[in-house]
Design a protein around this ligand. Structure first.
Ligand SMILES: [Mg+2]
Length: 262
């Protein structure tokens, strides 16, 4: 899950119309980086998987303790009002928070079911549910050493995504897009068309779109395939709060599987 959080932190300073870039050449950890909603919501899902309980309650509690992290308007209203139910969102809030599911699931069916449940409390549109499942499945497959080309083909087949274009083909035509259906395939290509976590995150930022969320999704998938270099795990620490660091440590101790870091 830390790969996704690193993506969020690195991508955060490129979020917004004036700050988007179409380049992979930038300072990776920069003083302007910060964690945003992607990290907070990912932590809520991780805590749910560790401790059980009601995800809606856990998620609202995380949001209340981490205000001002770039939450969307509808999500903010949902978080502030325990009486609110899912609101039909098709946005990428579902795949951005699903990362921990891929690590915690014991088999494929469980990955799909936990992904669906992690999304459905807010993002109950079929596109958002599917995107959460696609990202969770990719993460579940990563440590199994499946060839990336086969993973691309299988995700395309199951979810109807076009994963054939290369980064260099996608970059010039990609526009800001927060839809689950539009952004998730881009993030998957960013993660699968490389061989290391840092490069996956650079790919995602260079799309010049919803940078933090693309980088969060790409980072969470890339970690599962290529591992997490210690210099990145250490590099992100100064940007995170104590409760986030404590949760990451607890999650990684409980679900340690994954490729060995270079
Ligand atoms: Mg964000």
């Amino acid at each position: 899950m830390l790969g996704g959080i690193i993506g969020d932190v690195v991508g955060s300073r490129f979020e917004g119309r004036r700050r988007r870039i179409k380049s992979k050449d930038f300072e990776f950890f920069h003083p302007d980086c910060r964690y945003t909603d992607d990290t907070v919501c990912t932590c809520a899902v991780a805590q749910w998987l560790l401790d059980g309980g009601e995800l809606a309650t856990i998620l609202r509690d995380w949001v209340r303790r981490h205000p001002g992290r770039g939450y969307g308007g509808m999500f903010r209203r949902w978080a502030a009002d325990p009486a609110r139910g899912p609101y039909g969102s098709w946005g990428n809030g579902a795949p951005m928070r699903v990362g921990p599911v891929g690590w915690a699931a014991r088999h494929e069916a469980e990955a799909l079911e936990l992904a669906r449940r992690s999304a459905a409390i807010t993002h109950d549109h079929p596109d958002a549910l599917a995107a959460a499942q696609a990202v969770a499945l990719a993460i579940f497959w990563g440590p199994q050493g499946r060839p990336r080309a086969a993973v691309r083909r299988e995700l395309a087949r199951r979810f109807g995504y076009d994963l054939t274009a290369s980064i260099d083909q996608l970059r010039p035509r990609h526009r800001f897009d927060v839809s689950a259906r539009g952004s998730t395939p881009i993030a998957l290509v960013c993660a699968l068309e490389t061989q290391e976590l840092e490069d996956a995150i650079r790919n995602a930022v260079s799309m010049g779109g919803d940078s933090d969320t693309l980088a969060c999704m790409a980072g969470s998938v890339a970690e599962a395939f290529y591992g997490l270099p210690d210099r990145l795990a250490q590099g992100v620490r100064p940007f995170l709060s104590d409760d986030i660091l404590a949760l990451i440590a607890r999650f990684r101790a409980r679900f340690p599987k994954g490729p060995t870091s270079p």
